[in-house]
Design a protein around this ligand. Sequence first.
Ligand code: GTP
Ligand code: MG
Length: 335
Amino acid sequence: QRMRNYRECRSDIDKLNTPFLEIYESLVPPEEEKAKQRHLIASLEKLVNSEWPGAQLYLYGSCANSFGVSKSDIDVCLAIEEPDINKKELIEKLAEIFEANNLENVKALTRARVPIVKLMDPESGISCDICVNNVLAVINTKLLRDYAQIDGRLRQLAFLVKHWAKSRGVNETYRGTLSSYAYVLMCIHFLQRRRPAILPCLQEMEPTYIVNVDDIQCAFFDKVENLRDFGAGNNESIAYLLWAFFDYWAHRHDYANSVISVRTGSIISKRAKDWTRRIGNDRHLICIEDPFETSHDLGRIVDKFTIKTLLEEFDRAADVMQYDPDPCVTLFEPY
Ligand code: GTP
Ligand code: MG
């Protein structure tokens, strides 16, 4: 019933390009912010090395995948090779070290699904979350960053979609809406499916990067500097793509049967993944396959109430893009 008649995009869509690009530019973090982040990581690594000499800190998440807006918190992963580590004790020990070295708001969250220590650096004002040995997150960060280098429209689209999702309150996993990571995957999938395609499927190409994490093989083509012209055959503008993105999620996606899959660059069926019914707390009402943990549906936290909220917001956004006299303002109005 949600599949409406296909509609055509408004004829003046390309007039919206410049104002949308200005919003994008205003969200991009300045270089000095990146420098501050690197400086903080280096000094935290020194502290950590006083206790564990071989340990290393990696940035992951939006500060490293190139989809981070200015002033976001940073996600850090501690990579440590030690047999039989007890993550909970390690996190507590880390918290002690940071506390003793003048970092503020230090908190060890040992009972979360992914245990972390939180802290704030008073010198730079940067807050960060540090987890332990979350190798897959570091690898999916690289995958996203590599995709971003292929065609500039991905980064523009994802920034605008994330900005919309934050403004409209639908980027809150603890309340049953989607993570930023999920929205970026939705954008990548969407650009893989344009005709002509704007993005390739890196995991279907001859792999040049292969890492095994437990029983998962992560393999993809990562010589993306060779793919800079990939999307050149498609000249769709960012305003048009934003319109088409919301139109897709509001009117065209088949929520009952489809799983979007960046791994294959295509849609796969819920039946093939056995995601047709609720299992435990996973409801599979909107299905987004993780590119490496393929049994992992990033839409699993969406429930029968929040799916309605999401659909209403996609609908509203599609309508705003289609009819509103000033979509660059209305789209991002606080809810
Ligand atoms: P913002 O902080 O909102 O700007 O975006 P972010 O990309 O940092 O997202 P978030 O803080 O939600 O997640 C940080 C990183 O953790 C993501 O970029 C992923 O690398 C990873 N991540 C988040 N959720 C999942 C998940 O469900 N599965 C896996 N494998 N990784 C995840
Ligand atoms: Mg983050």
